[in-house]
Every structure is written in structure tokens, then in C-alpha cells.
Design a protein around this ligand. Structure first.
Ligand code: COA
Length: 150
């Protein structure tokens, strides 16, 4: 597997980005200033993550997705570790990520990768998403914010 940053001339993989974030409006909001990284295996796209500078010294992973057949095999963890190293190399001192209160697996994965819960953006998904989202039998209503110093 090879991970590389997309050049400005390459199209971001919209289909995969929308797997992680079903809101086209939110995905579009970081198309211009996000830095897109893709994981490829035998010239096939298997994963993506997006880094977005949000404040001085702070960058956020605003999207991370692994193509379904490749999920659960360590690719997501590898992408997160790659994102942390890329952010460090770019000189950032804090990296952030957010996920839904119902995304149990993602919350486990992010904490395994060193992120700590720092807050809750109450009602985020009720405000920004039209459709109800249920995961693990839990209604997705709030965004759990996680952060780590790097
Ligand atoms: N409890 C404890 N640990 C859990 C868990 C749970 N319920 N669910 C998952 N995990 C852990 C696994 O055990 C594994 O950790 P380990 O390596 O220590 O065993 C880790 O989480 C999963 O790692 P990995 O195989 O690298 O994940 P992945 O390649 O499937 O990538 C996603 C993770 C989330 C990027 C991927 O599943 C995906 O694209 N999902 C759809 C899009 C999405 O939800 N994106 C994130 C939006 S916030």
C-alpha cells in the first residue's frame, strides 16, 4: 500500500469521501483548502483522508474513509498514523478529529491512536444533516471532538 498527497490537478474521490460524511455540502466546504491523501494498492484507491488547517498550529482530519472490502484490516489505523506524521512534518502542534456519538468503532480507533476526548459539539448532526442517522442502535445527534498534541 502506498499513501500519497493528491496534487491540485487531481480530483478528490467523492464517492469514498461521502462514505465517511454523507453531507455533500460539508464535503464541498473543504474541497478547496483541504489536503487530500490517498492510499493505493495495485493502482487501486483503497482509502482517503483529508487534513484541513483550522487555527494557527492546529490541523483537523476532516474526513477518513477506507473502501469497504479493505475495512477492518488495519488500513484506517495506518492512515491515522500517516496523518499524524504528515501534520508534524508540516509544523502543526495539535491535530483534531470529530465523530458522531454513535460511532463506537471510530471512537475506539481514534483513542487507540492517541486522541483524547476534549468536548462535545451538542446537536451538531441535528443542525447540519437532514436525515436521521442511526448507528449501533444509537441516534447520531452530537459530535464528539478529539484532539492530540503532536
Ligand atoms: N470496540 C473496540 N475497538 C474497536 C471497535 C469497538 N467497537 N470497533 C473497531 N475497533 C478497533 C479495532 O479493533 C481496530 O483496532 P486494533 O487494530 O487495535 O484491533 C480499529 O478499531 C480498526 O482499525 P482499522 O482496521 O485500521 O480500521 P479501518 O481500516 O476499518 O478504518 C474507518 C476505519 C472508520 C476509517 C473505516 O472503517 C471506514 O472507512 N468507515 C466508514 C467511513 C467512516 O466512518 N469514517 C469516519 C467518519 S468519523
Amino acid at each position: 500500500m502506498n499513501i500519497r498527497q493528491l496534487s491540485v490537478h487531481e480530483k478528490p474521490p467523492m464517492e469514498l469521501l461521502l462514505v465517511a460524511d454523507p453531507s455533500p455540502k460539508i464535503v464541498e466546504s473543504y474541497l478547496k483548502s483541504g489536503r487530500f491523501f490517498v492510499a493505493e494498492k495495485n493502482d487501486q484507491l483503497i482509502g482517503v483522508y483529508v487534513l484541513l488547517p483550522t487555527r494557527p498550529q492546529t490541523i483537523e482530519i476532516v474526513n477518513i474513509a477506507v473502501d469497504e472490502p479493505y475495512q477492518g484490516k488495519g488500513v484506517g489505523k495506518y492512515l491515522l498514523q500517516h496523518a499524524i506524521t504528515a501534520a508534524q512534518t508540516m509544523g502543526y502542534t495539535t491535530i483534531e478529529i470529530g465523530t458522531g456519538n454513535s460511532s463506537i468503532g471510530q471512537l475506539a480507533l481514534y483513542q487507540k491512536c492517541g486522541f483524547r476526548i476534549v468536548g462535545v459539539d451538542m446537536n451538531f448532526f441535528l443542525k447540519h444533516y437532514e436525515e436521521d442517522m442511526i448507528e449501533n442502535g444509537i441516534r447520531c445527534t452530537d459530535m464528539i471532538r478529539l484532539s492530540q498534541d503532536i
